[in-house]
Design a protein around this ligand. Structure first.
Ligand code: ATR
Length: 277
């Protein structure tokens, strides 16, 4: 029987994960089946029950999407360091009766920026907008990429400051509010990791944060030219990207973790790309 995997979320109708993992499995000739499961929102422990039923049914691993990333983290027996800082899991592996939690969102994002967009972060000035789950997930992989400067700007400044304290004070890492950005000049890379784009909003970033020779990255996927990307384009930024590459790269990380073989991502990214305009 094929090994079983799934993505769990609610709602789950629009997920691309079964398509992505199906293409990976085809390319790497893995005998596996990957489905989508709509997880129960109520009662509180119904999520863990659903995961355990999947394991009892022979499930080997799961991807986790909204709103279950915290619950998946909480039910795990073992957790990676990056999942622990994020306080959230986007992937689980079921090994010898244990639930192991991982978070590949941040590494997927860094891989997309460095490998696919060809923008190594080492020695660069990087600005992360937001201080919620997405930034928590991205923080360790971003620090590992060794930017000269990493600034976390958030509407609620104490939340960004607390995150910096949590990861450990270091010269290259600072937290601030949006009003402090005006004085900071242009960044080589600006990443919008707020949830503002989901509602068509824009964090109050001054156009001066953009360097025309730099890049702007929107974590949201498939929303075309969001207000953030439009602002970047109007500021003359040549390289603008949405989160399609991150989506595929985090999937590739999970696939390799589960199957021990690394799938190719380029063709899958091309297939899923929605033109920005
Ligand atoms: P999650 O952790 O589930 O991703 P979150 O903790 O609510 O969600 O984080 C969402 C992020 O988007 C936060 O950084 C939030 O800013 P605050 O911490 O100040 O709430 C940010 N955000 C959401 N809507 C925003 C908006 N309209 N303008 C600016 N920032 C916004």
């Amino acid at each position: 029987m094929s090994d079983r995997y799934a993505v769990i979320g609610n709602p789950i109708g629009h997920t691309k994960s079964p398509l992505i993992h199906g293409l990976f499995a085809e390319e790497t000739r893995q005998d596996m089946r990957y489905t989508a499961i709509e997880g129960p929102l109520e009662p509180h422990d119904a999520f863990a029950d659903t995961v355990r039923a999947f394991i009892a049914d022979g499930g080997k691993g799961m991807n986790v999407t909204a709103p279950f990333k915290l619950k998946a983290f909480a039910m795990a027996d073992e957790r990676s360091e990056r999942a622990t800082l994020a306080g959230a899991a986007n992937a689980m592996s079921f090994e010898d009766g244990k639930v192991v939690a991982e978070n590949f969102d941040g590494v997927g994002l860094v891989r997309d920026i460095e490998m696919n967009l060809g923008l190594p972060m080492a020695g660069k000035r990087v600005l992360l907008l937001g201080a919620g789950g997405a930034v928590r997930g991205a923080l360790l992989p971003f620090l590992d990429a060794r930017p000269a400067e990493l600034v976390i700007a958030n509407r609620t400044v104490p939340k960004a400051e607390a995150l910096v304290r949590e990861v450990g004070a270091q010269a290259s890492l600072t937290a601030c509010g949006y009003d402090a950005l005006e004085a900071m000049g242009g960044f080589d890379l600006v990443v919008n990791a707020t949830s503002a784009s989901l509602t068509g909003d824009l964090p109050p970033v001054p156009p001066s944060v953009f360097d025309p020779d730099g890049a702007a990255y929107e974590l949201v996927y498939g929303k075309r030219l969001t207000p953030f990307l439009r602002l970047a384009r109007n500021a003359g930024v040549r390289e603008i990207a949405d989160g399609v590459g991150m989506l595929v790269e985090q999937a590739a990380e999970a696939f390799e973790w589960w199957r021990g073989v690394r799938p190719r991502t380029r063709a899958v990214i091309d297939r899923l790309t929605v033109p920005l305009d």
